[in-house]
Design a protein around this ligand. Structure first.
Ligand SMILES: *[C@@H]1O[C@H](CO)[C@@H](O)[C@H](O)[C@H]1NC(C)=O
Ligand SMILES: *[C@@H]1O[C@H](CO)[C@@H](O)[C@H](O)[C@H]1NC(C)=O
Ligand SMILES: [Ca+2]
Length: 219
């Protein structure tokens, strides 16, 4: 009986804190540097990935390194990671290997980032603000693990933890989409598409500590 009640309590706590919502026109604001504020995104489907495409928009005026999107599994650090090393220097990790895409952008404009990866060729294709930054290869033949902890705002060095304030994100992130296939990024505007794994239009997430949701400042 006691176990049963504890189970019910646990269930209601869990179901009470995970929200699903259409986030159209809204952004997550990470208002100050911390090692405790983050948003955990819960994918619609859990599956190993041989192909994927990630798109998101972000604004920050940070000049130190920071994480934009951190996907770890129980056994692998940096399974998928989008990390800014220096202003305009995007490190893209798959299976803890990285390639770098460089973009001479103004640090004071929001960015629209799209990156796709396919296992068959290992090719990663990176787009910034609707323009391609070329293709590089990594982790050919690899499969990204499925039991993922997907985090905005912090860089994981363990499964859902070991955050470092000096790699945290301070700014705003919105329009996050993840597909389990390679989206052709050249013609199609992805804004009319719903993500198959993470969908900003029907987002399952949990936020921790100081994260604020507000209407977007940029469209
Ligand atoms: C990944 O994409 C390739 C084509 O690039 C396709 O042949 C393969 O079936 C895809 N894998 C999965 C699991 O969808
Ligand atoms: C995307 O999903 C939203 C919310 O579920 C829905 O209102 C919208 O029509 C969908 N758009 C497309 C193009 O499927
Ligand atoms: Ca890490």
């Amino acid at each position: 009986m006691e176990k049963f009640i504890v189970g019910i309590l646990l269930l209601s706590v869990l179901s009470g804190s995970i929200s699903q919502s259409d986030m159209k026109g809204k952004a997550f604001i990470f208002p100050k540097e911390s090692s405790t504020a983050y948003v955990s995104l819960i994918p619609q489907v859990r599956k190993p990935l041989q192909n994927f495409t990630l798109c998101l928009k972000a604004f920050t005026d940070l000049t130190r390194p920071y994480s934009i999107f951190s996907y770890n599994t129980e056994t692998k650090d940096n399974e998928i990671l989008l990390f800014v090393q220096n202003v305009g220097e995007y490190m893209f990790f798959v299976g803890n290997s990285a390639v770098i895409f460089k973009a001479p952008t103004s640090p004071y404009d929001p960015v629209h980032i799209c990156v796709s990866w396919e296992s068959g060729s290992g090719i990663a294709e990176f787009w910034l603000n609707g323009k391609p930054l070329g293709r590089k290869g990594l982790r050919k033949g690899y499969t990204v693990g499925d039991k993922a902890m997907i985090i905005l705002g912090q860089e994981q060095d363990s499964y859902g933890g070991k955050f470092d304030a000096k790699q945290s994100f301070v700014g705003e992130i919105w329009d996050v989409f993840l597909w389990d296939y390679v989206v052709r990024l050249n013609e199609v505007s992805n804004s009319c598409k719903n993500g198959s794994l993470i969908n900003w239009r029907a987002l399952n997430y949990q936020d921790y500590d100081y994260v604020v949701m507000k209407p977007t400042l940029w469209t």
